[in-house]
Structures are given as structure tokens and as C-alpha cells.
Design a protein around this ligand. Structure first.
Ligand SMILES: Cc1cc2nc3c(=O)[nH]c(=O)nc-3n(C[C@H](O)[C@H](O)[C@H](O)COP(=O)(O)O)c2cc1C
Length: 325
């Protein structure tokens, strides 16, 4: 399985490789992960009343349409976050929109919330035979929406009966104006609407690493005041640390190794601001057990990975989960 996934991921066009990987994982999951895969069992962690079999989750954006959940748990993840899903299907930005920066062990994407719509994904989720780990559903707003808060509230309402937790994603750089929702007044409105819509399902909020101290402080305080269950720090960055790859100038969100320092620094800042009042989930440039341990030591309860799967391969989740056990 590792070889199939790896060669799929490394084949020519990154988006085709991504599709192939999802298909392989979906197929693998549908035949019952015959290699005995499932979440790596480690010391379980409780967060927001949920029991996570280990501390490693898959970050949103890899399985946007909830097509390969069983296969992804089969790689050892304790949690899988699908989405971002919007109320209506949308095609996303024109291609090319996904770039592998091999020299930098990084990815730039400007996918723009391409997804088949939340209803199709929820139908898939409802048909799952078993759910061996924690399933998160990440929601966002349609690009052409005239009422983005209503989009989030609708997404939360629909996702709530199907999700173990819901993530409100206000940090994608690829939907114009979306990140303005990270301001305190916008978050007050958005989180109040989402709080009503969620029922008893835990709600997480995902922020950008490009927030300055005051911006992060506003987001953390809003999250605490509105009883958000955890803050995910962070999404991709629009900043550009020095990069060696020819695709370095592509527009979009940067992830992977060049995001490592920034994401760690923002986690530390969020921990300082929250003073332990808000559980933190760290994402951004985590590429193995050492960095994952640093994030836990810096105050994260859980970690999430995405880009390093491209460079480190499908054994990544298990190796981190074991090291954090
Ligand atoms: C191709 C790609 C697509 C992504 N799509 C989403 C998305 O739809 N929603 C979201 O919240 N984050 C999305 N992300 C961000 C990741 O979930 C993660 O926060 C970020 O990549 C940092 O982690 P990493 O350095 O381990 O990749 C995407 C990332 C990549 C590389």
C-alpha cells in the first residue's frame, strides 16, 4: 500500500497524483484495509468529551469530499478531518492550483474550496460501516455566497448529526475575503450563529498563521467567550519565507517544512494568550515525531499533518502516534 500511495503521490501532475491517492485509499478502505490497518492504538486522549485513540490527526483538505475515510484511518490516524465543505458544490480555482515544492519539502495550493457540496459528503459519511477513530467535518462558505455567516450556520447544522467534531474554517487564503471573518466582531457573529446550530457537537475553530499578536488575541478570546472546544493553529501561510523551488512565486497558501517555525511560534503565542483556557491543536510543518513532540511540549493536545505525507510517506501517522504514546 505504501508503495502504491507513494508512487501515486509522486507521479507527474500533483492534482492527478492527489486524485490517484484518494482513489487508492478509498479502494483500500472499501475492502476493509486488509493489512489490518486502523488508528494506531496509543494512550487515548480525551478532548471535548471525545476519545482520540492517539494524538495524530489528518488535517483538512486531503479528503475534501469524504471519499477515503476508512483508508485514512487505516494509515493509523486517530482522527480524520474531511472538508472543507461548502453548502453548494463549487469547482474551485482554475488549474494549475496545486504545486509541489520538492526542494523545500513544501506545497503551495490555491484550490479555492473545490468540493462536491456538503450533502454529497454527508451521504457518504452516513453510509460508513464503521468509524474506528474520530471524524471531523470542516465547513466553509461558498465563494459567491451573499451571506457567509448563514453558509457556516447551515454547514454546522447539517454536519452536526454526522460529525464527532466540526471545524469552522475561516483561515483559507484562497477564498477572497474569507479570512476577514477572523476579526473579533465577525467572529462574534459567526460563532454565535454556529453555537446555536451545533447542538451538542463539539466545535473547533481553525485560524491562519498570518494573524499578528492582536489578531490572534482577538480570535482566542472570541473562541473562549463562545465556548469553542479547541483552536486549530494553523492553516497555510500567505507569507513567503526564503524558498528554493521554481514554483516559489505561485500564489496561494504555503504549507510543509517552511511553515514549521511560524506554526510553532503561533502555537506558543496562542498558549500564552489562552493561559490553558482553550485546548490547542497544532498543524503546520509537522514532519515527524521530533516536531510533533515539540508541539505537544509547547501546549498542543493533538497534532495534525498533511504536507509531510507527500514527502515522508504513509507511515508518518503511525510513527508520530507511537512516539507520542
Ligand atoms: C492541498 C491542500 C489543501 C488544503 N485544503 C484545506 C481545506 O480545504 N480546509 C482547511 O481547513 N485546510 C486546508 N489545508 C490546510 C491544511 O489542513 C493544514 O492546515 C496546512 O496544510 C498546514 O499543515 P501541513 O504543513 O502539515 O500541511 C490544505 C492544505 C493543502 C496542502
Amino acid at each position: 500500500m505504501g508503495k502504491i500511495l507513494r508512487s501515486a503521490v509522486y507521479s507527474l501532475d500533483p492534482e492527478q497524483a492527489h486524485r490517484a491517492a484518494i482513489r487508492a485509499l478509498a479502494l483500500w478502505g472499501s475492502v476493509g484495509t486488509p493489512l489490518g490497518g486502523g488508528p494506531e492504538s496509543a494512550t487515548p486522549v480525551t478532548l471535548a468529551g471525545l476519545t482520540f485513540p492517539n494524538r495524530v490527526g489528518l488535517a483538512a483538505g486531503l479528503d475534501k469530499d469524504a471519499e477515503a475515510i476508512a483508508g485514512l484511518f487505516g494509515l493509523g490516524f486517530g482522527a480524520v478531518e474531511v472538508g472543507t465543505l461548502t453548502p453548494r458544490p463549487q469547482p474551485g480555482n482554475p488549474r494549475p492550483r496545486l504545486f509541489r515544492l520538492v526542494e523545500d519539502e513544501a506545497v503551495i495550493n490555491r484550490m479555492g474550496f473545490n468540493n462536491g457540496g456538503i450533502d454529497a459528503a454527508l451521504a457518504r459519511i452516513a453510509g460508513l460501516k464503521k468509524r474506528p477513530g474520530v471524524l471531523g467535518i470542516n465547513v466553509g462558505a461558498n465563494k459567491d455566497s451573499t451571506d457567509r455567516v448563514a453558509d457556516y450556520a447551515l454547514g454546522v447544522t447539517k454536519a452536526a448529526p454526522h460529525a464527532d467534531y466540526i471545524t469552522i474554517n475561516v483561515s483559507s487564503p484562497n477564498t477572497p475575503g474569507l479570512r476577514d471573518l477572523q476579526s473579533r466582531p465577525a467572529l462574534d457573529e459567526l460563532l454565535a450563529a454556529s453555537h446555536e446550530a451545533r447542538g451538542s457537537t463539539p466545535l473547533f475553530l481553525k485560524v491562519a498563521p498570518d494573524l499578528d499578536r492582536a489578531g490572534l488575541e482577538g480570535a482566542v478570546r472570541a473562541a473562549i467567550d463562545h465556548h469553542v472546544d479547541a483552536l486549530i493553529v494553523s492553516n497555510t501561510t500567505i507569507s513567503r519565507p526564503p524558498l528554493a523551488s521554481p514554483q516559489a512565486g505561485e500564489a496561494g497558501g504555503l504549507s510543509g517544512k517552511p511553515l514549521k517555525e511560524l506554526a510553532r511560534a503561533k502555537l506558543i503565542e496562542a498558549r500564552e494568550i489562552s493561559g490553558g483556557q482553550l485546548p490547542l491543536i497544532s498543524a503546520g510543518g509537522i514532519d515527524g515525531p521530533d516536531e510533533a513532540k515539540r508541539r505537544i511540549d509547547a501546549g498542543a493536545v493533538l497534532v495534525q499533518v498533511y504536507s509531510a505525507l507527500v514527502y515522508r510517506g504513509p507511515g508518518l501517522a503511525r510513527s508520530i502516534a507511537r512516539a507520542l504514546a
